[in-house]
Structures are given as C-alpha cells and as structure tokens.
Ligand binder design. Structure first.
Ligand code: ADP
Ligand code: MG
Length: 725
C-alpha cells in the first residue's frame, strides 16, 4: 500500500486518541494529509545569542551555556523550578511551572545545553519559561571553553555552523511552527509536538515522493522538485531553499486550480454548442433608435459588442460583466435581452432579492414603453392563479422577459425557448447553480453574470475563472462624484445640519447600522436606539426602519415606502446593500463605519449619487480608531474607484474574508498560495495551464498523463472542486 494513504493512527507518536484529534481538528486522517499540513511560519534557530545581548522584547532566541544551580520556590500548584543559567556573558533564569521532577532528573548542573525560547522580563530579571533544551554538541562546548568567544552574534562563524550542520538536531536552521488548536495542545500536540510527528513522517518516507508536474514544466520554470519542496517546506535546509520550496508549491497549487477551471471550460465548450443570434431585429432597432433616452457610454457600447460577438460565435456565452455601481448595467442587460428576443428566444433576468427584482421589472417596463415585449415578474410571493398564468406564458412563449429571484431556477419553471440568462449582483450564485440553468433548454442559454463588486483580477481568475470578463469602466456623464466625509461621533450636530439641509430641499437620507440589537455588544450604536434618536431629532420627517430580522414582506413594504418618497429617512442594517435605486436619496450615513469591509462601504455608498445633484457619504466612527481603520476610512475618502478599493480591501483583509469566496463553487482551500500576494505566480500558473490545454487539446501527449491523473486525485479529495465537474 502507498505509504501516503496509510492511516495516521499508525505513525509513531500518534495512536488512536491523537488520530481522532487530528481528524477532528485538522482533517488529517492519513500520512499524506500530514504531508501537506504546512508550517505557518519558521523560527530561525541558526543563530546563537549571547545572554549579555538579549532583552525581554526579543522573539525566540537560542542560547548555549550551563545551568549553575537549581532553585525551587512555592508549593503545590504555585511551585516552580528555576534554573540559573549562564554563558559567561550574563545570567538568565529558566523557569518551569510543571514537570518539575522530570526536569530536575533530566538536566544537570555544569553541563552545556542549547536552550531555546522566548525571553521575558519578570521582576526585573530576564527569564525564559518552559524552554526547549538540547545537549550542546561536543565541538561547541570545547570552543566555549577554549576560546571564550564562541557566542558571537555573527551566524557566519563557519566553525560553529559546521559543527551545527554535523548534528542532525532540531536546533539547526529554520524550524517549522504549526498551527494547532487548544484541544490539541492539551494532548501534547503543540507546534513542537506536530514537528515531532512530521519528523517521524519523514523517517518512514524512504523513497522520494513522485513528481507531480511534467518534467518540461518543472524545467521551464526552474522549479524545485516536488520531493525537495515538500521536505524543505517542513524542514528548510536554508532560507534560500525555503523560498524555492514555497514558490514551487504555490505554483503547483495554483496551476492545478487553473487547470481544473480551464479544462472545465474546454469540456463545457465541447459538450454544449451555443445558440447563434445572428439577427439584430425589429425590437432592438426600435429601442435603440426611438426609445433610448440617452446616449450609451463608450463602455456600454463596447460591452454590448463583446456580448454580441459571443452570441454569434456558436459557443455558449459565459461572461462576467463588472461595472461599478451606477454604471448602467441594467440597460446593457435589457439591450442584449432584446437581441435574444429578436432571434426568437426568451430572456430571464435574476436578482438576489424581491425588491430588486421588482425594481428591475419596473425599470425595464419604463424603458420599453410601447414596444411589444412582454415582461413578467416571478418571485416566491407570486402564488396561485397568477403564478400558474406566468408558468403557462413561459411555456407558450408569450412572455418574452422573465424577471425574478431564485424562484426562477426551480424545476417547474419551464420555458418555450430560453436564450439568455442574466444574473444580477450575484456572487452567491456558484458554478453548480449556473449549470442548473442550462438544463432549462436543450441548447444551453447564454449566461451573463453582472456584478457591481469589483473583483481584483487575481480573485476573478479563480472565483470566476471559467467566465470571460467584460468591464464597464465609465459612468454615464453628468454624475457628480459623491463627497465622502469622515466624522466622529462627537460631530453629530454637524451631521444633523447636513441632513436638515438636504431634507429641506426634498432629498432623502439613508442611515446604516452594522448590526441589530439582539446580536451585538453594548458599545455599538445600534439600530433601535439610532432609530429613536433620529425620530426625535427630525419630528417633521417620516422615518423608516428596515433590518434583516423583519419578515421579507414587511421589509419590502417599508423599502417601497421609502422608494415612493412616502418616508424621508431610512434607518437600516445592510439589507439595502445591493442594487436598490432611489435616485432622490442624496445622503448615506454609515454608523460604526469601522465595522464594515471596504467593498461593503463602497456598495453602500453607491446607493446615493444616482442623480445629477451633489451627494454625500458620511462615515461615522468613534474617536479612538486603530491604524488600519484609519487607512481604510482614508481610502474611502480619497477614491470612488471601485477597483482601487477592491485592491486595497484585498490587501488589508486577505482573500478569505472577501464576500462570496466561500459560496462561489470554484473556491477551494488554498493551503499555501495567497491570492492577495501571489498574483504573479497565479498569472504564470494560469498561462501555463492554458498552454497545456491549447497544445494538447486531445490529451494525447504522454508527458501530460501525470497532470490528468493528479487532477482526478485532487477532485476526489476536494469537495469544492468536485462541485464543478
Ligand atoms: P448599475 O450598473 O449599478 O446596475 P443602473 O443600471 O441601475 O446601474 O443605472 C444607473 C442609472 O444610470 C439608471 O438610472 C440608468 O437609467 C442610468 N443610465 C444608464 N446608462 C446611462 C447612460 N448611458 N447615460 C445616462 N444615464 C444612464
Ligand atoms: Mg444594478
């Protein structure tokens, strides 16, 4: 049996109890799983410090010297053992609170030890609690005695280095630190405990690990071999080799992610032909020449051209349309829907919430006016006769455009001939769900995913790596950039002043709170209190309140009241985040702005500035805020460019936190690569994967066999990967 698939239980140092822990806490069940449980950092143990030179602020240090005497203090639970330790340049206390007997028995006075740990200052003395101890190698001891200057800081002292190299001991070089849980630590599986296990693992790995990439790729990019990389990632032989190992493993990881995506794209293209929309017909032309109330922006024109090219190409379109809030994506959706209709097909436009679906329908009907295009709305609340009528209209083909929520992907929603699906504002809509749409027609419809959350390129390449990308990078003319202002709680009178001014000229105002009462701590200015305060401060205006715990029906009704200008101020949680369009609203106030991610702030801010008047976004924070918060707020004040903000967000937060990464279906656990930092490696990996697919489309090149085999293995072990195949 392959040693990598061996049960972890049988590895020396594991046993049944720890095996259960490893499985529960880290999903490690085999030796192979442990092999890819990489350290999260390394501690430099290549250098020996002089006690005279250390202080309590240093990170881990390594010392070499002798125990002069032991001292026991306290009793029972308060007992502690202190070893007075010296190397001739100074003194330090080594302290143990547990295992005192064992320590006393194991270590002797006047013998030389290598000591490793984190120095702290306690009662004015430097000490190391529970240090790691090793017998010092003979050579070091001798030098210590004879030369007296052994413990110099210069790590290039070759004599010491050689003697250290000669010893296959843990105090050599960079040592791995492994993440472990509290539970694991209680069973001895600390970082050091895990290091013992990985060391034991390498002892039983007698034969080199097989290569996981074809030789020509390894050579072309000067990569370290898989075997060396795995060894060096756990036990680096030098900082240099560690870098090579990291590069190799990151590349490998990203390469397989990309190969998986691109191969899926190729399969999809082979399996499904696309409908061909050759005609630009009556509806499109009438709309374009007689109904379009304004000129399309250049960006809108370009995007429509790109989409048209897809729809004529005989391939099924799978395209992501990115465009900042207010860039006019809805109109693009409508115009391409008209192309589908002119080619004898129906179109379906999906929105994430009822209110957005409803708004879309209204917008579309407004644009279409007297054109003979029938638009209907289907959501979860459309029931009974109305629903039956719509389902019928879809089957007969009487309905041209269906606007709706997730309700439209239900199995009983059937179309006469569905040619286009537009998914709006939706990263919660993964690959698997999209695939479901194709079943609605014998030939799969073209799919356009629209998002106003600009996604940094690296993230798009993985999360939406199977989609072609179009970008609307231009706002319609005449928009005044939103003015963003940072204010502290104490500035409230000035905020009220601004609100009063805008309300008095007939504008409306959003106030957003991060969370509602029941779920958060007291120090948060919460929605309920805020609502009451606002109602008191603005007695002449009507105030709406909306939050996530309301029934969808009530929420929608309240939103609708605001949209109809029946209320003037909307106090809410983030439920209004996506897509809502109330052009008359000119002020967005975000309370506890520090609690929001940058992309989220950008989305919220995008709710105003939709008309031609000056709009304002006020970010309210408390006075004491940290450095990162200050930076984040400043980014918002400085720029309204969504892409810039998304890049900054990725940098400040890391990709795991970004909205949508979990649900995308193309997501997976990256063990070592970091999408925020490894953009270059990612690009290289994607290009390499693409060239494999292009140069060997039939998969006949035997050099590539290794790739397809590995891909199958990875799909088996990774649930998320499996979802798309
Ligand atoms: P989003 O991309 O955020 O979905 P919308 O489609 O809601 O943006 O468009 C925002 C507003 O801009 C709408 O009121 C829409 O009618 C208007 N709009 C769209 N395209 C243009 C254009 N080319 N010129 C002027 N206004 C436009
Ligand atoms: Mg929109």
């Amino acid at each position: 049996m392959n040693i990598l698939s061996q049960d972890i239980k049988y590895l020396q140092g594991v046993g049944p109890n720890r095996a259960t822990l490893l499985a529960n806490e880290l999903h490690i069940t085999t030796v192979g799983d442990l092999l890819v449980y990489y350290p999260y950092k390394y501690v430099d143990r290549s250098r020996i410090y002089k006690i005279g030179n250390i202080n309590g602020n240093m990170p881990y240090v390594q010392l070499c010297g002798q125990i002069l005497s032991f001292e026991t203090t306290g009793e029972g639970r308060g007992a502690r053992l202190i070893a007075h330790f010296s190397d001739g340049t100074g003194f330090i206390d080594l302290v143990w609170f547990q295992g005192i007997k064992y320590i006393k028995k194991t270590y002797d006075c006047h013998k030389s030890y290598i000591v490793f740990g984190k120095p702290n200052v306690f009662n004015g003395r430097i000490q190391i609690a529970h240090p790691e101890m090793e017998n010092a190698p003979e050579e070091i001891k001798q030098q210590a005695c004879t030369t007296g200057n052994l413990f110099q800081e210069n790590p290039t002292n070759t004599n010491i280095q050689e003697s250290l190299d000669a010893q296959p001991s843990v105090f050599k070089g960079l040592c791995p630190s492994y993440n472990t849980s509290e539970k694991m630590k209680r069973s001895g599986l600390t970082s050091a405990g895990m290091a013992k296990l990985t060391a034991n693992m390498f002892k039983i790995l007698k034969t080199p690990l097989p290569e996981t990439l074809p030789g020509y790729i390894v050579q072309k990019h000067h990569l370290m071999s898989h075997n060396d990389a795995i060894h060096n990632i756990h036990y680096p032989s030098s900082p240099e080799s560690l870098r090579h190992a990291q590069l190799r493993l990151k590349f490998e990881e990203l390469f397989y992610v990309q190969l998986n995506i691109l191969r899926y794209v190729k399969d999809r293209q082979l399996r499904y032909k696309g409908m061909v929309f050759n005609t630009i017909g009556e509806n499109f032309n009438r709309f374009f020449y007689h109904h379009l109330p304004f000129q399309l922006t250049e960006a809108q024109k370009r995007v429509i051209r790109e989409i048209r090219a897809d729809m004529r190409s005989q391939r099924q379109m799978n395209r992501l349309l990115q465009g900042d809030v207010g860039s006019g994506k809805t109109l693009v959706a409508l115009m391409i829907a008209l192309i589908a209709i002119d080619n004898g097909c129906q179109a379906c436009i999906m929105a994430p919430t009822e209110i957005l679906a409803e708004q879309h329908r209204e917008t579309l009907c407004g644009f279409l006016a007297d054109l003979p295009v029938r638009v209907e709305l289907l959501t979860g609340t459309v029931k009974g006769k109305k629903r039956t009528a719509i389902l019928e209209g879809l089957v007969t083909g009487d309905i041209d455009i269906l606007v709706g929520t997730h309700a439209v992907i239900e199995d009983n929603v059937l179309f006469h001939k569905l040619g286009l699906v537009v998914i709006d504002e939706q990263h919660r809509f993964g690959v698997a769900q999209r695939a479901k749409l194709w079943m609605k027609n014998t030939v799969p419809p073209h799919v356009l995913v629209m998002t106003a959350t600009p996604i940094p390129r690296t993230l798009a390449m993985t999360l939406y790596g199977d989609l072609d990308v179009s970008v609307i990078d231009e706002l319609p003319p005449g928009r005044k950039p939103i003015r963003t202002i940072h204010m502290f709680d104490a500035h409230r009178p000035r905020i009220y002043e601004l609100m009063n001014r805008e309300l008095s000229i007939g504008r409306q105002i959003y106030i957003v709170y991060p969370l509602i009462k029941e779920t958060e701590k007291l120090d948060l200015k919460d929605l309920e209190a805020g609502y009451e305060e606002i109602a008191r401060a603005f007695p002449n205006y009507k105030v709406s309140k909306v939050h996530g715990k309301m029934k969808p029906k009530d929420k929608d009704a309240e939103m609708q009241r605001f949209a109809n200008h029946e209320t003037h101020i909307l106090v809410s949680t983030t439920v209004i985040e996506v897509g809502v369009n109330v052009p008359n609203a000119s002020v967005m106030i975000i309370e506890n702005a520090e609690r929001f991610g940058l992309s989220q702030l950008h989305q919220l801010r995008g709710r105003v500035g939709r008309g031609s008047d000056q709009s304002y976004c006020v970010l309210v924070t408390k006075f004491e805020i940290g450095e990162t918060t200050r930076k984040r707020v400043q980014v918002m004040v400085d720029t309204t460019d969504g892409f810039e903000i998304a890049e900054q967000d990725l940098k400040l937060r890391g990709p795991g936190d970004l909205e949508g990464t979990q649900q995308s279906g193309m997501a997976f656990d990256l063990k070592i690569a970091n999408l925020a930092k490894d953009g270059q490696i990612l690009t290289l990996a994607r290009d390499t994967a693409q060239s494999v697919i292009d140069s060997d489309p039939e998969e006949r090149n035997t050099e590539n066999d290794i790739l397809w085999r590995r891909l199958r293995e990875l799909r088996k072990t990774n649930i998320n990967w499996g979802a798309i195949s």
